[in-house]
Design a protein around this ligand. Sequence first.
Ligand code: ATP
Length: 349
Amino acid sequence: MIAREEIANVLKGYNKKEIRIATICSHTALQIFHGARQEGIKTIGICLKDHKKIYDAFPYGRPDEYILVDSYSELPEDELIKKNAIAIPHGSFVEYYGKKNIESTRLPMFGNRMSLTWEGSRDKLYEWMKDSGLKVPKVFTPETIDRPCIVKTSGAKGGHGYMIVSSPEEFKKKIKTTDYHIQEYISGVRVYPHFFFSPLSKTGYTMKRGSLEMMSIDRRIESTIHESYRSTIAGIELKPSFTVMGNEGLVIRESLIKKVLEAGEGVIESSYRLFGGLTGPFCVEMICTDELEFYTFEISARIVAGTNLYPTGSPYTSYSYNEPTSTGRRIAIEIKNAAKADRLGEVIY
Ligand code: ATP
């Protein structure tokens, strides 16, 4: 892992008045560029040649400048550093450039890149979730399965290929790979709250250091499980699957906000104990049972695609900012505030 000091040195060479926000044209790029534009920060989109047209279709969401590439195999780090760029590692950025590139690049990235390493390893993720004080689904080995479990196979992206099994025999019959993670299947309503943690801010939900902002909430729409009742009514026997195909908005009972904020707080406090702290956007992926208990099955330590529902803000951001504020815009605000206070090193690694 490249040292924090090396990134701080790269940042020292930046012209603070010319800072740009850069990311891959995918995932949450329109929202990130739109938010930066609202804050007067110029943007760079790393874009596949034949995708430029798609981004040009949205004049307020397109980047100010493109770096056109044939593939995402190599990060144009020198060119980006020359342009005073700060990269926003969204889901596709992390996926395409991969752990190795992200851990070693000299390109300054928004947030703490260590958090991406922690979310990317199942063992580390479980350690983090438990240390955060979160309730997590019970983990099983194939032999100990005694209830409905979800089997997460390695390399399955966005839930694709996950399976439900209820016994060791069923596991043996259905699962043919050797790399898997078996979790108790939690019945309830899935809730994906989007947070932003700022170590610079002193208002709102204050914590030991900085403050936590609840930006918005979504629920993922997954095929085929999401509308499985239709198949059931139609008399079709369905094999449930969990391939993410979209997102829909959600607000929760106001009395549940306390539990959700405390979950976010736990994740941040633990991140400081374990790896120097998560800063910026993140999501705690939970299921709320009929006892109104929240089980967390994953932390996404970066901006998540569900925030795309709210380019002009969510019900929750209305109460925090009183003007349209997306997570993309909040990122730009943090970079501006940190540059002004000469504290970029605290929010960029
Ligand atoms: P991503 O990386 O995009 O978050 P993923 O491939 O890591 O996706 P998960 O987020 O772990 O997959 O799970 C995908 C879906 O499977 C969830 O959105 C949820 O619907 C379902 N799921 C995951 N874990 C559980 C669980 N323990 N109980 C019930 N459903 C679950």
